[in-house]
Design a protein around this ligand. Sequence first.
Ligand code: CUA
Length: 161
Amino acid sequence: MHIHKFEQFWIKLSFGLIAFFIATVVYGFVSMDLKVIGDYQTIDPQGLDATPFGTPGVREVTRNGATEYEVYVQTLQFAFVPGTSSPITVPANTRVTFYITSPDVLHGFDVAGTNLNTMSIPGQVAKFTTIFPEAREYGIVCNEYCGPAHHIMEGIIKVVP
Ligand code: CUA
């Protein structure tokens, strides 16, 4: 069978490209060394009881002579702890640092209407600091699919004057 040499050229080129794309995927997997970048901390997701996450909630702390707040949150299938029955209550215009982790699966922690949004990853502690400028209520939603009742996962932050 005769194949025209231009046709041969394009056949070889297309197989070459397929081999190249597969090679890039293989290289990506082989050299993969995924790490969470930034200010993070690892934690045993089965041992949260022995950490501040064992008593989730709001703590008042003094830092550099000023009053600040720390909030420890567990994300569970299918609730935030503290959840809607005990809203996270913090004052406006004060530094609030959130520490968030998960004992089960990947969840999200998204404070609706703000740019506060993080994943909650088993084995990792997510941390961010914010100041709420006004007294109002915010809803918290989980924006990572975490199971059949993902959509009922919600929380509340009450910012008080
Ligand atoms: Cu938790 Cu979706």
